[in-house]
Design a protein around this ligand. Structure first.
Ligand code: TEU
Ligand code: CA
Length: 538
């Protein structure tokens, strides 16, 4: 079994993890200072959201230099120390690879502004049409995706913000540059990459798209053959020479597209993050939420478990609201629902990805004012909503539930000022519930969410059935999600109660773990109870 299949990955959003020099911004030395805590949790791999130089239009997802470290986060020496200190604890480091676009402050882009420059063709520069931009595509951040440049009299394309110009993958020089970036980090000792929006990097043509409610134009760049070719090239020419893995962030994928990206035989990616389970509580776009329906959620997870050989499983990341606020109940059943979600994540087949703070049950923030929000996506949507005349109360209910900043508030270490994240006012607001929800409290409490995560991670490590075992879906209903894992004669049943009511449930097997611990009652599941049973017939 490969190490990245047996391991548990922990995602760090460095800006909000821990601030070592008290300037209000999390940094690499802050991560080093907490490596023992991470090793104690039992995680094997750390994926760092971008730590490269960036003007922070999209907080690091707009890179201006792929081969160095943002001064906010430290130096290359700090990075090397992080790699070595992690290694001592058997922890590997994985970097975020954001190659669909660069920052407009990247040297390549600056040079490309000159039509005569050899860098012109690194990006998509095109003359406009009489009526305006070169085509009718729309961007992920709810605006147009062409920006006019006075200097050269042409437009450049950006599928995300205007400060995030898309790279042109028709140009072999771009592919060579990216190979160089990957080699650079692998030679420094990193063990792989999380590849940002990797299934949209290749634009087959720039013709007008079919008009759609979202992402007009996507048929020209979603999962194109060109992207598959590039992934195979990167694998063959770079990745295959190292002991590493890749996980692709792949937007709008179906299981069929997913297979073509990460099936072993394809030699492209090792795993992908799909989005479908995260879209079960929305209409068309995430801003229009509908009531969370456990059945819809479980059906989608079952479908992916059955169609993809090895999934990258996640319930949270830096783009998503907190899972306990979204799929659980952060008011009345905060603790059991946070633990139940841990059971789910750590018993599905595939590599589990825990997002910082999830292991202590951090919750959404409850934003009320625009000046509390840092995220470009929320600001773009607010601007867009103005044109649509969406009423304020509705707009704010959308923001509170969906803003990506819900996941980006500082990590809650203890009950000291600023949750122990920094002695300086943090770059983004701390969730006031840190007095109740913080790591230090939970460290001492065997019944805490944190202690439960540690137990579940250990259970997974000690029982191969949770890693290699076949996945067998049993039931998806409004209240219950039930599935089994089977390896040889071993058969385990996992039961998750997604409701705030007690439910009758009989299982003949021996109980292995319940998130209610000693309070578990035979024949019954309490609100948000999860239970793992041993049904092996040996
Ligand atoms: O996210 C890709 C992406 O599709 C998001 O814009 C997603 O639609 C949105 O976050 C859902 O709320 C990746 C990164 O994870 C994200 O942080 C970046 O902003 C984006 O790419 C551009 O690099
Ligand atoms: Ca700092």
């Amino acid at each position: 079994m490969k190490w990245w299949k047996e391991g548990v990955v922990y995602q760090i959003y460095p800006r909000s993890f821990s601030d070592s020099n008290n300037d209000g911004i999390g940094d690499i030395r802050g991560i080093i200072a907490h490596l023992d805590d991470l090793s104690d949790l039992g995680v094997d791999v750390l994926w760092l959201s971008p730590v490269y130089p960036s003007p922070n239009a999209d907080y690091g997802y707009d890179i201006s230099d792929y081969k160095s470290i943002h001064k906010d986060y430290g130096t290359m020496d700090d990075m090397m120390e992080l790699i070595h200190e992690s290694e001592k604890r058997n922890i590997k480091i994985v970097m975020d690879l954001v190659i669909n676009h660069t920052s407009d402050e990247h040297e390549w882009f600056k040079m490309s502004r000159d039509p005569e420059s050899p860098y012109r063709d690194y990006y998509y520069w095109r003359p406009g049409k009489e009526s305006g931009p070169p085509n009718n595509w729309t961007s992920f951040f709810a605006e147009g995706c062409w920006e006019y440049d006075e200097v050269s009299g042409e437009y450049y394309m950006h599928l995300f913000g205007a400060k995030q110009p898309d790279l042109n993958y028709h140009n072999p020089k771009v592919v060579d540059e990216i190979k160089g970036v990957m080699k650079f980090w692998l030679e420094k000792g990193v063990s792989g990459f999380r590849c940002d929006v990797i299934n949209i990097i290749y634009k087959t043509s720039l013709e007008d798209g079919k008009m759609k409610l979202v992402l007009t134009g996507s048929e020209h760049y979603l999962a194109q053959e060109g992207a598959h070719d590039i992934l195979r090239t990167l694998r063959k020419d770079v990745l295959s020479g190292f002991d590493c893995f890749t996980v692709g962030e792949t937007v709008f994928v179906t299981p069929e597209m997913g297979k073509d990206l990460c099936d072993e035989s394809r030699k492209e990616l090792d795993m992908i993050f799909s989005f479908e389970h995260m879209e079960t509580d929305q209409f068309i776009v995430k801003w229009f939420k509908r009531k969370f329906n456990p059945k819809r959620f479980a059906d989608v997870l079952f479908k992916w478990q059955e169609s993809i050989e090895w999934n990258a499983n996640y319930l949270e990341n830096h783009d998503q609201p907190r899972s306990v606020s979204r799929f659980g109940d952060d008011q009345n059943f905060w603790k059991p629902s946070a633990k139940m979600l841990a059971t789910c994540l750590l018993t599905l087949k595939g590599t589990p990805f825990i997002y910082q703070g999830q292991e202590i049950g951090m919750t959404n923030y409850g934003f009320t004012k625009l000046n509390q929000i840092k995220d470009i996506e929320t600001h773009s949507v607010v601007a867009f909503a103005k044109n649509l005349r969406i009423p304020q109360w509705y707009l704010w209910s959308m923001i509170r539930k969906n803003s990506r900043d819900n996941a980006r508030t500082p990590y809650q270490w203890n009950s000291k000022d600023n949750a122990g994240f920094s002695e300086h006012e943090p770059w983004i607001l701390v969730n006031p519930n840190y007095l109740m929800i913080n790591r230090e409290n939970q460290e001492k409490d065997p019944g805490s969410v944190l202690s439960y995560y540690k137990m579940m991670i250990r259970l997974r490590k000690e029982n191969q059935v949770l890693i290699e075992g076949e996945f067998i879906p049993l039931k998806a209903s409004k209240t219950l999600m039930i599935y089994q894992r089977k390896l040889g004669k071993q058969l385990w049943t996992i039961v998750l109660n997604f409701s705030n009511r007690s439910v009758k449930y009989q299982n003949e097997g021996k109980i292995i773990i319940s998130n209610y611990g000693d309070e578990h009652i035979f024949g019954m599941l309490k609100p948000f109870e999860s239970a793992v049973y041993d049904n092996s017939h040996i």
